[in-house]
Design a protein around this ligand. Structure first.
Ligand code: NAI
Length: 279
């Protein structure tokens, strides 16, 4: 993998962070987004993040500079030629399939297509892509430069060689890979779903969300559910809630909340829009 180029698609909450991880690990990294404004934001965010690490003596000046120079920014799909593509765009299967299909047309059949989806079926994505054995899930956690865990998800079609390459790549990124099967919410989002949904039920019943957050934070959770949903993005969290609910056969206990839908309809997406549950 030493000389490989990595292309990260989507320069939002996750993509910008994944590109930073890849560049810091020494890979030539292309960050692609259809919205040039998002590329500008990502460039500023990465610069600030690395500067903070430098100020706190967590990295050297040389490391800051090499990480920055390893990232190129692209708003044209023709610039997305790489050995590994990691997709972190909107949580909508049809948009992800369209992107992978466009990338398949300009990349080698051996290029690996990894999706950072939180909940969509990787096998369903793969079956629509030429050479589906090169499609897998590579699920990072937020914020990507900080969180160690990465779920490496094997679709029905994924080859053993592709799984091994992605596990190796994850280690080179300085992360901890966990191989898992393609199942609704994989491991973490399946286990974590009731954390959000039960808390939303309490809020529906009239308990203030700040109180729920404070209680759970005092009980030892790093972040209360509402603060965490704002960090994740309420649009993403709602899409994941709906996807896991549908895939598991609509169990009552995991039914998404109207509070989530209202937040999304009002554009109160959390940190990325400046307002969610909190301002
Ligand atoms: P986001 O909404 O912050 O960013 C998405 C970006 O994709 C935007 O910049 C948008 O302009 C871009 N985009 C949309 N369509 C595109 C296309 N066709 N080609 C290129 N760029 C396109 O989303 P976020 O939160 O970064 O999520 C991205 C993916 O990562 C989703 O699949 C989500 O489920 C997953 N994920 C999100 C986590 C989170 O905490 N937000 C955690 C782990 C995974």
């Amino acid at each position: 993998m030493e000389k490989k180029t990595i292309c990260v698609c989507g320069a939002g909450t996750m993509g910008a962070g994944i590109a930073q991880v890849s560049a810091a690990a020494g890979f030539a990294t292309i960050l692609f987004d259809v919205d040039p404004g998002m590329l500008d934001k990502a460039r500023i965010r990465t610069g600030n993040d690395l500067q903070q690490l430098l100020n706190r003596s967590k990295i050297s000046e040389e490391k800051r500079n090499s990480t920055l120079s390893n990232i190129t920014y692209a708003s044209e799909i023709r610039d997305c030629v790489a050995e590994v593509v990691i997709e972190a765009i909107v949580e909508k299967p049809e948009v992800k399939i369209e992107l992978f299909s466009q990338l398949a047309a300009i990349n080698s059949p051996a290029t690996i297509f990894a999706s950072n989806t939180s909940s969509l079926s990787i096998s369903s994505l793969a079956k629509n892509i030429a050479h589906p054995e090169r499609v897998a899930g590579l699920h990072f956690f937020n914020p990507a430069p900080v969180m160690k865990l990465v779920e490496v998800v094997r679709a029905d079609q994924t080859s053993q060689a592709v799984m091994e390459t992605l596990v190796d790549l994850t280690r080179r990124f300085g992360k901890t890979p966990v191989a898992c099967r393609d199942s609704p919410g994989f491991i973490v989002n399946r286990v974590a779903r009731p954390y959000y949904i039960e808390s939303l039920r309490l809020a529906e019943a009239g308990v203030a969300f700040e109180t729920i957050d404070r209680l759970l934070e005092n009980a030892g959770f790093r972040m209360g559910p509402f603060r965490l949903m704002d960090l994740i993005g309420n649009d993403i969290n709602y899409a994941v809630s709906c996807s896991v609910y549908e895939q598991l056969g609509r169990p009552e206990r995991l039914m998404p909340s109207t509070i989530q839908k209202t937040k999304v309809d009002n554009g109160e997406l959390g940190k990325k829009t400046g307002k969610g549950y909190y301002s």
